[in-house]
Write a protein that binds this ligand. Structure first.
Ligand code: AQP
Length: 328
């Protein structure tokens, strides 16, 4: 039997190159090798306030992006988190065995809660438990994610091991799959931070649906480090980030890319990088526009039906082991 992978993205903001290179690209590469589940995690999205109309639209738009990136609904199960009530139910169970201390250590809570736990939402605090439930429900072996999700994944492993220890073997303990390159694409404006959907400065991220003009402008305005050479150097995160993007867009190795730009300045490099990104995103953008809402809804409905069978089976086992029985 094939091993399973599970991963997801939130239907918030617009997906950017970081989401693609850190996550989606690897989902596509792994989907045939594993039994694959890819979720649109709309319940995670509401950990921060969302406009209902926009959230509804973004949910379908994210399905469009999954398909345009190359997820094949004949191969992968693609579904919306809120279609499977078991995600919320298992979250409750796991939150009863999660510790305040371990959730307080989560850096994303600290970042997104802006260090103000008095005002931060409880959902933002328990977000990693919902993520653990997402993963554990499907008896997942591997979770392809970007580096920012590593800590959350470690919590999912701890919760699985704790449950297995207390109630007997129930969950597969998942491993992360974090790509060696592209797992942490940085903001074009503040290279100390990751590229992010919720960045207040839209010039920090290249969104997958940005038009060529916008992409070119954003890359032109990208900050660079002091120095003039186009070289990968951890002490120069801005240029190294741009070089990583160039490498991943063109397939040229970092060494080949460095050799290609030897003796040429940042201006020349940025112009070629912009061209490479525009070229790379063109077919993707055309494909994204080609799906009708009906088509997407059909795919998501079929995905939910498949996912539900597995989620139910896992939750039933969890309840049975814990002595949770109903009258009907
Ligand atoms: N900058 C990044 N580089 C590499 N991978 C990244 N991911 C996110 N940012 C980068 C990976 O994308 C997947 C889906 O992310 P998400 O929708 O769960 O959102 P997120 O991780 O909270 O990060 P975002 O996209 O920047 O959104 P906001 O601004 O809302 O936090 C995940 O696998 C993630 O690791």
């Amino acid at each position: 039997m094939k091993k399973r992978i599970f991963s997801g993205a939130q239907p918030t903001g617009q997906l950017h190159l970081g989401n693609y290179l850190g996550a989606l690209k690897n989902w596509v590469a792994l989907q045939n090798e594993y039994e694959s589940f890819f979720c649109i995690v709309n319940l995670h999205a509401i950990t921060l306030p969302q406009d209902p109309q926009v959230l509804r639209q973004k949910t379908l738009d994210l399905a469009r992006i999954y398909l345009a990136a190359g997820l094949d609904p004949e191969v992968s199960t693609i579904f919306i988190q809120s279609d499977i009530a078991e995600h919320a139910e298992l979250t409750w169970v796991l939150s009863c065995s999660s510790r305040m201390g371990e959730l307080e250590r989560m850096t994303q809570f600290k970042d997104k809660g802006k260090g103000n736990s008095e005002r931060a939402g409880v959902g933002l605090f328990t977000y990693p438990v919902l993520m653990a439930a997402d993963i554990l429900l499907y008896q997942t072996h591997l979770v392809p994610v970007g580096k920012d999700q590593k800590q959350h994944l470690e919590l999912a492993r701890d919760l699985a091991e704790r449950f297995n220890r207390d109630f007997g073997r129930t969950f597969v303990v998942p491993d992360p799959f974090i790509p060696p390159v592209g797992a942490n694409i940085l903001s074009l404006q503040e290279p100390a931070k990751k590229m992010s959907k919720s960045d207040e400065n839209p010039n920090g991220a290249i969104f997958l649906l940005d038009d060529p003009d916008t992409i070119t402008k954003k890359i032109k305005r990208a900050v660079t480090d002091s120095g003039t050479t186009v070289e990968y150097d951890e002490a120069r995160p801005a240029i190294s980030n741009l070089l990583t993007i160039y490498h991943l867009m063109t397939g040229r190795t970092i060494e080949e890319s460095q050799a290609h730009f030897e003796g040429r300045g940042y201006g020349h490099f940025k112009a070629e990088l912009a061209e490479a990104v525009v070229e790379f995103l063109k077919p993707f953008q055309e494909k994204a526009q080609s799906y009708t809402d009906d088509e997407l809804n059909r795919i998501l409905k079929a995905g939910a039906e498949k996912a539900r069978v597995i989620a139910r089976e896992t939750l039933r086992d969890v309840y049975a082991k814990m002595g949770i029985v109903g009258a009907v």
